[in-house]
Design a protein around this ligand. Structure first.
Ligand code: FES
Length: 101
């Protein structure tokens, strides 16, 4: 699977989050203290847009009911069976690229 450019690092300051789409699928891209991570953009609870949430304490917080998912692993502390997928990320200069199906 090729890496696809989805965002610019200049538009994603540390401890911020953005929503991107690849092939119509949403992904949440977060900058955790300078480290960029990619997660599925769909909350497993009721389908909330994770990329429109916020970062708190190393987690993506769903904007709908505030479930939290670890930026690095996608794990959900509230319900360990409800984590989200994570995807490989590359940063090349100012380009953020992710590898998704
Ligand atoms: S839809 Fe995400 S917490 Fe409910």
């Amino acid at each position: 699977m090729p890496f696809v450019k989805v965002a610019r690092l200049a538009d994603l300051p540390p401890d911020s989050l953005t929503e991107v789409f690849v092939g119509g699928e949403p992904y949440a891209i977060c900058n955790l203290g300078g480290e960029v991570h990619a997660l599925s953009g769909i909350c497993p609870h009721e389908g909330g847009p994770l990329g429109q949430g916020q970062i708190h304490d190393g987690c993506v917080v769903c904007p709908y009911h505030l479930w939290e998912f670890d930026c690095r692993t996608g794990a959900c502390d509230l319900d360990p069976s409800s984590g989200v997928k994570t995807y490989p990320v590359k940063v090349e200069g100012d380009d953020i690229l992710i590898q998704v199906p």
